[in-house]
Design a protein around this ligand. Structure first.
Ligand SMILES: C[S@@+](CC[C@H](N)C(=O)[O-])C[C@H]1O[C@@H](n2cnc3c(N)ncnc32)[C@H](O)[C@@H]1O
Length: 867
């Protein structure tokens, strides 16, 4: 569950999820009802509505919003529903009489205009079983609907496109004048759900109880579910043979590309087939057309019955099928296909034993044998495929991590016929021949023995078929390209300090990036979008944690799988010193090799999915199965992945409107502060902000625009060089306006004009001191004013003096000291030189140099003394 898309979050947290969050709905499914109501307008005129299976309450919220004031709205679910204004809710099972009573108590004499049903059983078993329960639930809801609906009322229900679909529609048609099935846009395409809107309830006086009885409505399916057959076509084929009395309908539709009912099969195929049962179960007729087949008609064993049976298989019973199988066995013996029975011809005693064996048993044995053979074959093939995968992985890993340093290309080229310069496969083979890859061989053998398979070198060679060879070459080339690109980047890093800075900035940007609205711009503008990013990451992380606890497989998914802010790590050059520019072909596999990042990336591709599991770790398999069960138990998270599209929008404990985790707030705070501190930093962001302020766009529009062709790009498995290129050019082109650029420039200019910190501090200090002086002066002035032994005039003079001093003290210009060099006319002058006014100081031309020299000597002497 949740593995097909891993619903890697991206698919799951879609536009409607975000809209639900934004508009305060508890579940994205709210939009389904909104869209259904938009099409059929049943809520606006309704005065009473019952919502069956209503938790967490998305539909109830919509009903309460669209229905007139003072309407009666009742919601029921197995789980309690958090209160919603104007809505009565209670917890009950809609399939029980107690639920019926509760609704009756609530409605009294009222009848409902609308009955809604969006129920989904808590799944966990096989799909066909789940679908059946869902259909049953629909029928139960219909039962309540017909009891409480007013004549002409509307019943809206969710149905799954299962085998029961037509039966349900038939029943609806008996009770409602208009029945329409529709899939609202918000219902995911991957979901099998469909909504049926039944209008104009006929309210018949008497309703045949069979209409509402699952045993009658889903009669055939119940039979097939209780039997051994779970609905697969292969099983169906077998069931057709062993229980031909019970005709099975094609409930699951026809096989891909096979839409005809009548099928003919050459009888030789039936005789030679390893799975005769399937042949008998699927074909209508077996033909004798070739010369060989016509010869068989002449044999004694081919009786008239056999011929007649071959003519129309659809009318045969169990005994006829047995007869055909018996005939097949006899014919195979005749033809020498079955060596086992042929050998028995030579041993008289054994022949006797064989003759004694009951027909029934013989067929049974044959069946057993065929089954065992098929199972063994499948197992062999699986193991073989696993081996191929494992070896491919090992080899590619080697190619990626180890330097190719022994001039193999020249060597192989010199042998002639080696066109491909990069043919690592050939080189490896050469090495293997020379024993250079003995370690690899050891490892291979080790693995083979682990799996209990006696595969040897020969088999190993046969496994390397041309396709694998080609795939390996391609992988080798790609790995080499990756290596070269890394080396190139390393060189850049060494040469260009700016590159490093750029790189780290880019990493930060990637970490910050939300792929919704579009990069930095969105990040800058919409703080709520930022919240979403936080929420997204948290949810992903939470999912990761869940997976961690439940499955090994999902562990790796978490590490390698796509993330909203996918960040690719480069191999740590510090740990390995300088990275080798050429990958080594031979590596010591005995020592545990750390998987390189490039290798991790490579192995995160679908091709390798499940390799680890397949290698035979049964524990991992069972853990995975267990996790599957656990997953399915998490109704609100995964159920809709499989069959229901219901998804609860995460809600905060206390506040419905604010639906993100409290933990996110810190992160959001940081982002908000960042924007507060630095403002909007890109022209795109400023443009979007201006559009928002000027009401040229809305937040919803922005979110909608965020779902563009760039937003859900998967970067999984793509080489780094490609991603680097893409990050430069393949991104949404958000328009920018002149005004935005001008605003940013103005801001930049203001920033440039700002004094540096020290100057600003000095200025502030000066200001502070001036204020202190002024305060002091004012105090003094007040003192002067308070004295009684001075005339008013004297006081005024004194105060003016004090204030002038206080104000001007800070502004005192430093008295200039004139420097007079003692050379020329001033050389040897004693006293004030001529023509110099004010303060002066005489300097010797050589004085500075001499003073410095003197200091140097003193310092040197000091050192010497200390030594
Ligand atoms: C898809 S959710 C409903 C979502 C709802 N329409 C909304 O918008 O919030 C399905 C609900 O069916 C409920 N359910 C399943 N079987 C039920 C039963 N027998 N009786 C009552 N509720 C049931 C589940 O508890 C689950 O909450």
């Amino acid at each position: 569950m949740g593995k097909a898309q891993k619903k890697t979050g991206k698919g799951r947290l879609d536009k409607y999820y975000k809209l639900a969050k934004e508009q305060g709905y508890r579940a994205r499914s709210a939009f389904k009802l909104i869209q259904l109501n938009k099409k059929y307008s049943f809520l606006e005129s309704a005065r009473c509505c019952i919502d069956l299976c209503a938790a967490p309450g998305g539909w109830l919220q919509v009903a309460s919003k669209y229905m007139p004031q003072n309407s009666v709205i009742v919601g029921v679910d197995l789980v309690p529903i958090k209160p919603i204004p104007r809505v009565v809710t209670f917890a009950s099972d809609i399939t029980t009489p107690q639920c019926r009573q509760l609704i009756r108590q609530e409605l009294k004499d009222w009848r409902a205009d609308v009955v809604l049903h969006d129920g989904a059983p808590n799944v966990g078993t096989a799909w066909i079983q789940d679908a059946y329960s869902q259909s049953e639930l629909v029928l139960m809801s219909l039962k309540l609907a017909v009891e409480f609906l007013v004549k002409g009322g509307t019943f809206v229900t969710k149905v799954f496109r299962s085998a029961d679909y037509n039966n349900l529609i038939w029943v609806f048609n008996q009770l409602f004048a208009k029945v329409e099935a529709t899939k609202p846009p918000s219902s995911r395409n991957v979901s099998a759900e469909i909504f049926v809107v039944c209008r104009e309830f006929l309210a018949p006086k008497h309703i045949d109880p069979k209409f509402l009885d699952p045993r009658h409505v889903f009669k055939d399916l119940a039979a097939s579910v209780s039997g051994t057959d779970k609905g697969t076509s292969a099983n169906n084929a077998q069931a057709n043979v062993f229980q031909p009395e019970k005709k099975r309908r094609k409930r699951d539709g026809y096989d891909e590309g096979d839409y005809t009912l009548f099928k003919a099969l050459p009888v030789s195929e039936f005789v030679r087939s390893s799975d005769p049962i399937s042949a008998l179960g699927t074909v209508s007729k077996m033909t004798f057309l070739t010369e060989e087949e016509k010869e068989w008609l002449k044999l004694d064993i081919t009786t008239g019955d056999v011929k007649a049976n071959c003519d129309d298989l659809k009318v045969l019973g169990k005994g006829d099928f047995k007869a055909l199988l018996k005939w097949r066995l006899a014919l195979r013996e005749e033809l020498g296909i079955d060596n086992k029975t042929k050998n028995t011809e030579d041993v008289t005693e054994t022949v006797e034993v064989v003759e004694e064996v009951d027909e029934e048993e013989q067929i049974q044995e044959e069946l057993e044998r065929l089954k065992a053979e098929a199972a063994a074959r499948a197992k062999r093939e699986r193991r073989r495929a696993n081996e191929i995968k494992t070896r491919t992985i090992q080899r590619m890993q080697q190619n990626m991590t180890a330097p190719l340093d022994i001039g193999l290309e020249q060597h192989d080229a010199s042998l002639g016929g080696q066109d491909d310069f990069f043919d690592l496969g050939g080189a490896e083979k050469g090495l293997r021949k020379r024993g250079g890859l003995s370690k690899l061989g050891d490892r291979d053998n080790l693995e083979s023995s682990d799996e209990g398979d006696a595969s040897d070198e020969d088999e190993d060679e046969s496994v390397l078929d041309s396709e694998e060879e080609r795939a390996r070459k391609v992988a080798g080339l790609e790995a080499e390209m990756d290596g070269m690109y890394e080396a190139y980047r390393d060189r850049l890093r060494e040469r260009d300090a700016k590159f490093k800075v750029k790189e780290s900035r880019q990493k930060n940007a990637e970490r910050e990036e939300w792929h919704g609205i579009g990069g930095d711009a969105a990040d800058d503008v919409d703080t709520e979008s930022d919240e979403e990013e936080g929420g997204w990451d948290k949810m992903e992380a939470a999912k990761g944690e869940n997976d961690d606890s439940s499955s090994d497989d999902s562990d790796s998914d978490d590490e390698e799988g796509p993330r909203p802010s996918l960040k690719r790590h480069r191999p740590d050059s510090t740990s390995t010193g300088r990275p080798s520019k050429r990958p080594k072909l031979v590596a010591d596999l005995r020592a545990p090799q750390p998987t390189s990042q490039a290798a991790k990336l490579w192995f995160s591709q679908d091709l390798f999915a499940g390799v680890d599991d397949d290698i035979g770790d049964e524990e991992a398999m069972s853990a995975e199965e267990a996790s599957g069960d656990e997953d399915s138990a998490e109704m609100d998270v995964d159920q809709d992945d499989q069959d229901d599209d219901f998804e609860i929008v995460k809600a905060a404990e206390d506040d419905d409107a604010d639906m993100w985790d409290v933990e996110d707030e810190d992160e959001d705070q940081v982002k908000r502060e960042k924007i507060k501190k630095h403002g909007l930093t890109t022209a795109e962001a400023v443009t979007l902000a201006q559009q928002l302020v000027n009401r040229q766009t809305t937040k919803t529009q922005l979110i909608n625009d965020g779902f563009n062709r760039y937003s859900l790009n998967s970067r999984e498995g793509l080489p780094q060089w490609f991603l680097d290129e893409e990050s430069k050019h393949y991104k949404p082109n958000i328009p920018i306006t002149k005004e935005a650029v001008a605003a940013l420039r103005a801001k930049q200019r203001a920033l440039d004009a700002r004094p540096i910190k020290k100057v600003a501090e000095a200025k502030a200090r000066k200001k502070f001191k001036a204020a202190q002086r002024l305060e002091k002066a004012m105090k003094k002035a007040e003192g002067v004013n308070a004295t009684t032994d001075m005339s008013e005039r004297e006081k005024a003079q004194q105060i003016e003096k004090v204030m002038r001093k206080g104000l001007s003290a800070g502004n005192k210009a430093k008295k200039e000291v004139k420097v007079v060099v003692a050379k020329g006319a001033h050389k040897g002058v004693k006293g004030r030189p001529r023509g110099v006014k004010g303060r002066y100081t005489m300097v010797d031309a050589r004085m500075r140099k001499e003073v410095r020299a003197k200091k140097r000597v003193e310092k040197a002497n000091k050192k010497r003394r200390r030594a």
